[in-house]
Write a protein of this length. Structure first.
Length: 459
């Protein structure tokens, strides 16, 4: 939308998730172009010019758009498999199938993953893609193209693996890259797709997969590459007790000490899961401002454990929420993670004091923006920030009797999304995507899932 064209949203509750957690029981927002121009209590100012759309948002809560900080889009076409496995057994069961993906499959899976998130309030997504079978096509381009077509702000964490079965890793030999090829392809992806502008729709991070599928040299040189190129770093860390045992056996130290020894702690780094962290680990993350992508549903699905999110937050660790791949979180929806983060963490040591509704909402919005390095642009509703926001309908049977709208959103059933805006452009209306055919995506993901299953069965 042109910078001088306005959208006015009125008569809504607003949770800004700013530094003061400012809220308005009945307020308004004015969007100008791709920015938030103003917001506050009551109706919008009179006499605004060039108003293209005026929305009466009675019965709605407006929040910043949700920010997903960890995902594996390709897994959309392997949902519902290995449902009773822990992480390592699950990986062993699924890697032979994943190693046979191709560009057409990845495009369909990315469309499915993005569609499910976008229609549920995600305005900024990320994908950690690390499986690049030889001859599989332009997988990074397919993923980025799907996000562009959906209209979602996006970070591609260009992953890599170079430790295969013959080196003591889990992936099949033909599903990994050489050290040199992984680094070269990652640098090429950054050069082609990373946008440094304030309102960038596509950014790229350097993202070797995990300590048990990546050589120490790839970890070390990956960190050096990211800092030379000025992009962020992402990987899996401290997800399971098996991973901790693996690191001690192979490297003579725990995961956090290993990451620090390879240059993988810092304010430009975020890690997925971080379930098995002791006090020293949390202190190291807080000292270095290393971020965490908390994935409560996936951690439960794989019986990995409960991450110490309240302790991380108390120490000053940046924490956001992640869906994780949909082979370990079949719903693929981030808004359900608000509720699951709160409930799962209340099963831990802090019990009912672990998290409250507003802390959960902050994890899914501003916390996510922090770990993606975009807190100055998105994650809260403030004048000058990008117009990424969601209108949640809370006056139906599912929520109408809950007086506090933030409590209704987090504790209640998944709320319908009446409107979702990214960069000032509406991408969802009445829980339906405006720029993609959901039925066509469903058909293509089903077809590609079946094609992959047939190929994998043939060996």
């Amino acid at each position: 939308m042109a910078a001088d064209r306005r959208i006015v949203i009125e008569n809504c509750s607003i949770a800004t998730v700013d530094a003061l957690d400012t809220e308005y029981a009945n307020g308004h927002l004015v969007l100008a172009g791709n920015r938030i121009e103003s917001l506050g209590a009551g109706r919008a100012p009179e006499g605004l010019e060039n108003v293209e759309l005026r929305i009466d948002a009675t019965g709605h809560l407006v929040t910043p758009g949700l920010v997903n900080t960890h995902h594996h889009f390709y897994q959309w076409i392997t949902r519902g498999l290995a449902t009773d496995h822990n992480l390592f057994d699950w990986l062993v069961a699924l890697y032979p199938t994943w190693a046979r993906i191709d560009e057409q499959m990845v495009r369909a899976a990315a469309q499915g993953s993005l569609a499910m998130m976008a229609r549920g309030g995600v305005t900024t997504a990320m994908d950690h893609h690390y499986v690049f079978p030889r001859g599989s096509g332009d997988l990074s381009g397919a993923i980025i193209g799907a996000a562009r077509d959906m209209g979602v702000r996006f970070t591609l964490a260009r992953g890599s693996m170079d430790r295969s079965e013959k080196d003591g890793g889990l992936p099949p030999d033909f599903a990994v890259e050489t050290l040199e090829d992984a680094l070269a392809a990652t640098e090429e992806t950054v050069g082609q797709h990373h946008d440094t502008s304030f309102d960038a729709m596509t950014q790229v991070a350097v993202a070797p997969c995990s300590p048990f599928s990546v050589s120490t040299e790839l970890m070390r040189q990956g960190a050096e590459l990211a800092r030379r190129l000025g992009v962020r770093l992402h990987t899996h860390g401290s997800e399971t007790v098996e991973e901790e045992k693996f690191c001690h056996e192979l490297f003579g130290m725990g995961p956090t000490d290993y990451f620090e020894s390879t240059g993988w702690l810092g304010e430009d780094v975020w890690m997925a899961h971080c379930v098995h962290m002791n006090d020293s680990d949390i202190d190291a993350f807080a000292r270095t401002k290393t971020g965490v992508a908390h994935c409560p549903s996936s951690n439960a699905r794989l019986a990995a454990g409960i991450a110490r999110v309240p302790d991380m937050l108390a120490a000053g660790v940046p924490v956001g929420l992640g869906v994780d791949g949909t082979a370990s979180n079949e719903s693929g929806e981030l808004h359900t993670e608000l509720r699951n983060a709160l409930l799962v963490n209340r099963l831990g040591a802090h019990r009912e004091a672990a998290l409250n509704a507003r802390q959960a909402l902050r994890l899914g919005t501003f916390g996510g923006a922090q770990v993606l390095g975009r807190a100055s642009q998105i994650g809260s509703l403030e004048p000058g920030k990008l117009a990424d926001l969601v209108l949640w309908k809370l006056d139906t049977l599912a929520h109408a009797s809950i007086a506090d709208p933030v409590t209704a959103l987090v504790f209640g059933a998944a709320a319908p999304v009446t409107a979702s805006f990214v960069n000032g452009r509406r991408i969802v209306e009445n829980s339906r995507l405006l720029h993609a055919d959901e039925d066509a995506i469903a058909r293509s993901t089903r077809e590609e899932a079946r094609r992959l299953a047939r190929i994998a069965a043939q060996g």
